[in-house]
Design a protein around this ligand. Structure first.
Ligand code: FE2
Length: 152
């Protein structure tokens, strides 16, 4: 046992206190919460809002082979995404482009000014969970200039 000072404040358990990767991993592991919403759309990458609170949104996405989220940022949001199944390729773009190969259970985080492209280069469909903090899901498109980096 240990003594707890009288002035100790117990913080409420809210999702805002959890790292967005923890939130994404939790949702990824709990398929019963979203499996009824999962679709595969041959026309475009599928996305569905699965949860919204005052401080975050949780989105489910599916990626058929070859489907891409073109180069973009997420405005002022911070967040994370986790690959649930399959594999995704993320290209993080500053003045250079860095490629990350992501497999089930792996996560990436972002913040304001983070510019990336995500795509399914695999031969199997991929599923991912995305958590957006401090704002709604939004994407500002960019193009890559090899001299200047990402340009709106
Ligand atoms: Fe993104």
């Amino acid at each position: 046992m240990f003594a707890v000072p009288e002035n100790t404040v117990v913080l409420p358990e809210t999702s805002a206190l959890l790292h967005p990767v923890r939130v994404a991993l939790s949702w990824a592991a709990d398929r019963d919460r979203w499996k009824h919403q999962l679709r595969y759309d041959p026309e475009e990458r599928f996305s569905a809002l699965v949860d919204r609170s005052d401080d975050q949104e949780v989105w489910l996405m599916s990626w058929l082979p070859g489907q891409t989220a073109s180069l973009h940022d997420h405005s002022s949001t911070t967040g994370a995404f986790t690959v649930v199944s399959g594999s995704l390729t993320e290209v993080v773009t500053t003045r250079i482009q860095v490629v990350h190969s992501l497999h089930a259970g792996q996560s990436r985080v972002w913040g304001p000014g983070y510019v990336h492209q995500v795509r399914n280069d695999g031969v199997d469909p991929a599923v991912s969970i995305h958590v957006y903090r401090h704002g709604t899901r939004s994407m500002t498109p960019y193009r890559y200039d090899p001299v200047n980096g990402p340009v709106r």
